[in-house]
Design a protein around this ligand. Structure first.
Ligand code: 6GU
Length: 247
């Protein structure tokens, strides 16, 4: 069972964001646990204040070290061990599928969500094990990034995906994009489903899908092809596509 512990000032955002669809169902099935911990509950201030002006001046507010540290310490006490603590920040290493596979091996993961202009550096120094970003753009807080990571990691937990699990998980492994999908009706706005998919020839279908994946990756994400795992025949197909493009 994978247990996520999200330290946040907006616990309802986490609870609502992860209570539906596949992640919600997996939680109900007992495959996952998502605990949102309100950092504000650890404020010792009579007004439950958790932020203050930055030393040295500047715009905005900084989250104070004390409440974050006390929330963390309380959790460590309950767990009886020191878990990995992921701090969501645009200054982190950019999250990818390989990192998701590594995180999926853990039993407990702590996500620390900052807001405002960030969190007092001293508590980060003390408790954070991993600095992670979800891409090169700026968001208002760490809640959405933590939900993105939890969604991605959870689909790697055995039993969370109901369909043919391993096949689905491997797909990004070869560094290729997915092939196009079709369902009924067989004609839509005059556009037909590719004949091969109605042929019943499973060898042919598999080859066609693999070629579509290669073609699509070349068109949309050619950078991925550098590390793609292609057979000799598939490499020839790729070279043919590239030559056609040059014309
Ligand atoms: Cl992890 N946090 C924030 N605030 N913005 C981001 C991000 C994280 N990743 C990309 N942009």
């Amino acid at each position: 069972m994978m247990k996520y512990h999200v330290l946040t000032l907006f616990p309802e955002m986490i609870e609502q964001g992860l209570s539906s669809s596949i992640i919600g169902r997996a939680t109900e099935k007992g495959l996952l646990q998502v605990e949102a911990i309100n950092i504000r509950d650890y404020s010792t201030n009579k007004h439950h204040k958790v932020d203050d002006y930055p030393y040295g001046g500047g715009a905005g507010m900084v989250m104070q070290a004390g409440p974050v540290y006390d929330a963390y310490e309380d959790l460590v006490q309950k767990l009886g061990k020191k878990p990995r603590v992921i701090y969501l920040t645009p200054q982190g290493k950019v999250f990818n599928q390989k990192m998701a596979e590594e995180f999926a091996k853990e039993e407990d993961l702590v996500f620390l969500c900052g807001h405002y202009e960030g969190i007092d550096e001293r508590v980060l120094e003390r408790i954070v094990t991993d600095y992670v970003s979800i891409g090169d753009y700026v968001l208002t807080g760490g809640e959405l990034p933590s939900m993105v990571m939890i969604d991605c990691i959870s689909r790697l937990v055995p039993g969370v995906l109901n369909n043919d699990v391993s096949a689905d998980i491997e797909s990004f492994h070869d560094n290729l994009l997915e092939y196009p999908q079709y369902t009924r009706p067989d004609t839509f706005l005059g556009m037909k489903v590719p004949d091969v998919l109605l042929s019943g020839n499973h060898g042919k279908i598999e080859q066609w899908r693999r070629e579509q994946s290669i073609k699509r990756t070349l068109e949309r994400r050619p950078d991925l092809l550098e590390d793609a795992n292609l057979s000799k025949k598939e490499l020839e197909y790729l070279k043919r596509l590239q030559q056609e493009k040059e014309k």
